[in-house]
Design a protein around this ligand. Structure first.
Ligand code: SF4
Length: 238
């Protein structure tokens, strides 16, 4: 189990403005430099993150076991299932920042403070995205050898990188949450799922972090390399 504090999550006015303007990087940059936005962000961050408790749990999973157990929610024609051919090792994970931000956003909406609610929602998203990214980077450290020295226990970072996939995206049906939470059923997780696979608290992420083999001709995640949908989303770069 990894333990993190708020400081590990490195949330800034810039990371929050990027969430508010995902499709418009120039607007995000302008906002991050705007004094009114920065002071509003700082006020919200100070007021509402005091009780944030980052939680991260992961457990290793055999790749073949993963394919078998998730077969119903991850059909053979989904890009993630095809990407699994490139995986060597991996861990099932759940991260959350807890309920406090969720409840505070609801309170702001109920009081009609819509801009603060919107901004706080982006703060929460930045916190949870950075927490998942931090876990991904620490799991990569665990499995990958970044040095030139021989290490039989680890995979070479010249051949592998860490990739992260979640139910609900890229052809992995949300019903996969049942198997995922079932795999961690013996752990007291501060996250629950509804019958439709949605998580509570909302600012939570679950999925698998895998060591994926590089393809020298591409700088995309294997799922994006092998995807037939070519979605409108920004495809995921290694
Ligand atoms: S191209 Fe889009 S839908 Fe396909 S795997 Fe990548 S992000 Fe997912």
């Amino acid at each position: 189990m990894f333990e993190y504090t708020l400081d590990d999550l490195n949330v800034t006015a810039e990371s929050v403005s990027k969430i508010l303007y995902r499709e418009a990087p120039l607007a995000a940059q302008e906002m991050a430099e705007d004094n009114v936005f920065v002071s509003r962000y700082e006020k919200l961050f100070k007021m509402y993150t005091r009780f944030v408790e980052p939680f991260a749990y992961s457990r290793s999973v055999e790749m073949q076991y993963f394919r078998d157990v998730f077969a119903d929610s991850l059909t053979y024609d989904s890009p993630i299932f095809r990407a699994a051919e490139c995986w060597s090792r991996g861990e099932i994970f759940v991260v959350t920042i807890g309920r406090y931000i969720d409840d505070s956003i609801t309170g702001l909406y109920e009081r009609g403070e819509l801009t603060d609610a919107l901004y706080l929602d982006a703060v929460g998203t930045s916190l949870i995205e950075n927490l998942a990214a931090k876990l991904q980077s620490d799991i990569a450290e665990k499995y990958l050898n970044y040095t030139k020295e021989e290490d039989d226990e680890k995979l070479s970072s010249e051949e592998f990188y860490a990739a992260r996939y979640s139910p609900g995206y890229c052809g992995w049906d949300l019903s996969g949450q049942d198997e995922l939470f079932g795999y961690l059923a013996d752990v007291q997780l501060p996250v629950s799922i509804t019958s439709s696979g949605m998580m509570h608290p909302r600012k939570s992420v679950s999925g698998v972090i895998v060591m994926e083999r590089k393809d020298p001709s591409w700088n995309l995640y294997a799922a994006c390399r092998l995807c037939r949908n070519r979605c409108g989303m920004v495809r995921r770069v290694v």
